[in-house]
Ligand binder design. Structure first.
Ligand code: XUL
Ligand code: CO
Length: 435
């Protein structure tokens, strides 16, 4: 049975090709910056958007036409698994990611839910035996079911905390079973609405307790995937605890968790926090915390998490620069946490969307290789901070200066000279690399 019979294996055909079902820039075997493109980028398909999502929005039901539409329950779950592996193979995407509830429906009790999950996990495991496709990460959906109305690990209800713990326990077991290279925590409802009824300190302490329990259990069962936290400032919660990279890193540090986690940075979450994607990546990178990315883009005119496929070359180039400077993403990858627009409802659109995203990142990587070859940003920054390379600046950097020596140095100088930042010159020159 074929779900995407109209589509064959997507090949790299190069820039000249006018075949919409071909890569123009993503050439998995091409060596860029000393590594195969496929190994650098480690692309992943997000199960929830591509196979579970149906294109619903708050004003209307789904519009997506899918070859598995019409099925329900466990039958639907199985059809999605079959379709997903056909999709990965045809697209040539090396990884996938899922939430527990994306792949299998819930039962009446957690015991029943886990039994259904096991059935689908074993089916996925069988597919993985005959395929090169691997699981980049799995995670727990602890935000859709009404039981999580007040949060999961930060709920005021201890029974919900227990439920969430049992759910993540199972997630780690599933991660071990399928060899997931990372395990993600995105705290969609880990936040609060108003301080009028909230014990902020208890909620944060509980969140830290929850993470410590996860670390202990992973150790106990020998799950070795990297733990990742995915920051997001709001939506669905108003004040989300993992607001952005800096807030999350400070939280992890305060609770003795920093060595056990890295961050999964999502472009659209960055913009919701009032940052650029590259800002969030830079903050993570310089703290040694950049683990993986959720590749997408938002729409600044809309202001919510639109999860569009990433096609903005400018933003993706700057993001790839951070990834290259990080020495790649280690066990992480580039997960397309992105959905086709509600108006792009045909199955082929799933291929066009991923091709666009993969080509954009491949172009970004190639542009960064050229920028690195020329030392583009390195020269700009070296020159701009030259005052710290010698004299009083070098003393400051080397810890040889104090307030008294600095005062003595500056007190009689009346000619402090600043230099232009040359921003427009830089932007014009950068355009020449990108276009
Ligand atoms: C929600 C979001 C999630 C996480 C995984 O905004 O990004 O899909 O990536 O739970
Ligand atoms: Co995400």
């Amino acid at each position: 049975m074929s779900y995407f019979a109209n589509v064959g294996k997507i090949q790299f055909e190069g820039k000249q090709s006018d075949n919409p079902l071909a890569f123009k820039h993503y050439n998995p075997d091409e060596i860029v910056l000393g590594k195969r493109m496929e190994d650098y980028l480690r692309f992943a398909c997000a199960y929830w958007h591509t196979f579970t999502g149906e294109g619903a929005d708050p004003f209307g039901v789904g519009t997506a036409v899918r070859p598995w539409s019409g099925a329900s329950g466990i039958d639907l779950a199985k059809k999605r698994v079959e379709a997903s592996f056909e999709f990965y193979e045809k697209l040539g995407i090396p990884y996938f990611c899922f939430h527990d509830r994306d792949i299998a429906p819930e039962g009446a009790t957690l015991r029943e839910t886990n039994r259904i999950l096991d059935e689908i996990v074993s089916m996925i495991k069988d597919y993985m035996k005959t395929s090169n496709v691997k699981l980049l990460w799995n995670t727990a959906n602890m935000f859709t079911n009404p039981r999580f109305v007040h949060g999961a690990a930060t709920s005021n209800n201890a029974e919900v905390f227990a439920y969430a713990a049992a759910q993540v326990k199972k997630g780690l077991e599933v991660g071990k079973e399928l060899g997931s290279e990372n395990y993600v925590f995105w705290g969609g409802r880990e936040g609060y609405e108003t301080l009028l009824n909230t014990d902020l300190k208890l909620e944060l302490d509980n969140l830290a307790r929850f993470f410590h329990m996860a670390i202990n259990y992973a150790k106990e069962i020998g799950y070795t995937g990297q733990f990742l936290i995915e920051p997001k400032p709001k939506e669905p919660s108003k004040h989300q605890y993992d607001f952005d990279a800096a807030t999350t890193i400070a939280f992890l540090q305060s609770y003795g968790l920093k060595d056990h986690f890295k961050l999964n940075i999502e472009a659209n979450h960055a913009t919701l926090a009032g940052h650029t994607f590259e800002h969030e990546l830079r903050v993570s990178r310089i703290n040694g915390m950049l683990g993986s990315i959720d590749a997408n883009q938002g729409d600044l005119l809309l202001g919510w998490d639109t999860d569009e496929f990433p096609t903005d070359l400018y933003a993706v180039t700057l993001a790839m620069y951070e990834i290259v400077e990080n020495g790649g993403l280690g066990s992480g990858g580039v997960n397309f946490d992105a959905k086709v627009r509600r108006t792009s409802f045909e199955p082929e659109d799933l291929f066009y969307a991923h091709i666009a995203g993969m080509d954009t990142f491949a172009r970004g990587l190639k542009t960064v290789a050229k920028l690195k070859e020329d030392g583009f940003f390195e020269k700009i920054v070296d020159d701009r901070y030259a005052s710290f390379k010698s004299g009083i600046g070098l003393d400051i950097v080397n810890g040889k200066a104090d307030f008294k020596s600095l005062q003595a140095y500056i007190i009689d100088k009346d000619n402090i000279v600043n230099r232009s930042g040359r921003l427009e010159l830089i932007k014009g020159a950068l355009n020449e690399y990108i276009f």
